[in-house]
Design a protein around this ligand. Structure first.
Ligand code: CA
Length: 414
């Protein structure tokens, strides 16, 4: 790895190499996922047990889902209540169905990527119409270390297997350094694909005239918004209502800017609000929060600001939004891992709160987020998890946490 600034996700490299590949469980289940319509009805029928007169919920717990090789994400297609998909940094996506891992990986791109440190298979998102189209998207660093967003389709004949022949590169972005690749992919409530890209790496956003974060002409240091479907000769479409469409010198794909390394971001499944965990440099880790409307075209401040700390005294970040949470390295934080606003009715102790973590701190934290700040920020009453690499949500809104050491847990309260 070339220049690795201290205390970033570069820490992952050590752990990644230490993590042995996990053994395989059996238990393939021939039953396919149920239809989206049936699922939504079922979901509505599940109330909060406390509100429906059931027994008061017990303490929060972590239930182990399984052991994986450097897991760093969990997600599921909309409406698929039976399966979760676990992303392994080395290039495999594993399915867990009904608590059991499906033996064969859903996808294996390990031969096409470079992995370790902040590189590897970093993100996965299923298209909103996945049940019909079987389209999904991955974000990885290819063998040259450059970012690729690639579309695949699951086999029509087997919903547990992706068709390697269906690969189609949607977006390519060169990476000047091995670190700060971003990695998150997520479809927003508007059914558009949002892509997180770091500032290009090195220290102090050193590439470009004034760095990349504040440069609207670069895709680096941004969250992008595209419709990833092919359009004529184009590999994707730029939505006409993107904030910088038509602005001279700006890339029309840009949705929000001024980001250092937005490793994980999410949309609140109830409100559509955008929450970003932007990894800090030497002093401050930050959580950014905005309604989707406010986030459109927003400047999140990097590199002039690291959290609320001025990083370049002579530079400005016009109109930038300050983070709602600033976590200092002096307090044991080193690399923030953005999470989810919990909407799982079976988690009353955390419901409507944002759960997140930090790679070094190791505690699962919770806070209530509002546009101008956060409250009740605290460590949740849960065991510590080493090397928190990500959080995830399944189709029911159940929340997961992944440790780069191998474990994947689901948060429960029973
Ligand atoms: Ca910021």
């Amino acid at each position: 790895m070339p220049i690795a600034p201290p205390r970033t996700l570069a820490l992952l490299v050590l752990l990644a190499t230490m993590t042995a590949a996990a053994g395989c469980g059996g238990g393939d289940d021939p039953e396919a996922a149920r239809s989206e319509t049936a699922v939504i009805e079922e979901e509505r029928s599940e109330g909060n047990p406390a509100a429906t007169g059931a027994q008061a919920p017990g303490p929060l717990r972590l239930v182990k889902v399984g052991e994986f090789a450097s897991p760093l994400y969990v997600t599921a297609p909309r409406g698929d209540r039976r399966r979760i998909f676990v992303v392994e940094q080395g290039g495999r996506i594993r399915i867990v169905r009904g608590g059991r891992r499906v033996r064969r990986p859903f996808l294996d791109v390990s031969a096409e990527i470079v992995s370790g440190g902040e590189q590897g298979l970093l993100g996965l998102a299923f298209a909103p119409d996945y049940a019909r189209s079987r389209r999904f998207y991955v974000n990885f660093t290819n063998r040259s270390g450059d970012t690729r967003i690639v579309e695949y389709r699951a086999l029509r004949s087997n919903p547990d297997v992706a068709d390697p022949q269906s690969a189609r590169v949607v977006l390519a972005q060169d990476q000047p350094e091995a670190n700060h690749n971003g990695g998150q992919l997520a479809f927003g409530p508007d059914r558009m694909l949002y892509i997180g890209l770091g500032d290009g790496g090195g220290g102090n956003d050193q590439h470009g005239e004034r760095g990349n974060g504040q440069d609207l002409g670069s895709l680096l240091g941004k969250i992008l918004r595209i419709d990833p479907r092919r359009s004529g000769a184009g590999a994707y479409r730029v939505p006409r209502d993107n904030p910088f469409v038509g602005r001279s010198g700006a890339r029309p794909e840009v949705f929000a800017y001024g980001l250092r390394n937005p490793w994980r971001f999410s949309f609140d499944r109830a409100t559509g609000d955008l929450v970003i965990g932007d990894v800090g440099q030497d002093e401050v880790e930050e959580i950014d929060f905005a309604t989707l409307r406010r986030a459109r075209g927003a400047n999140f401040g990097w590199r002039p600001f690291e959290g609320v700390r001025p990083n370049f005294e002579d530079e400005e970040a016009p109109g930038h939004l300050a983070p709602v949470l600033n976590k200092k390295h002096d307090d044991g934080f080193c690399s923030i891992t953005g999470g989810y606003v919990v909407r799982d009715p079976a988690l009353p102790a955390l419901r409507n709160q944002y759960v997140y973590g930090d790679f070094c701190d190791g505690r699962i934290r919770a806070a209530r987020l509002r546009a101008h700040g956060a409250s009740d920020d605290r460590a949740a009453k849960l065991p510590k998890v080493g090397a928190i690499s990500s959080f995830g949500e399944d189709a029911r809104g159940r929340v997961y946490v992944t440790s780069l050491d191998g474990s994947v847990y689901r948060l429960t309260q029973e």
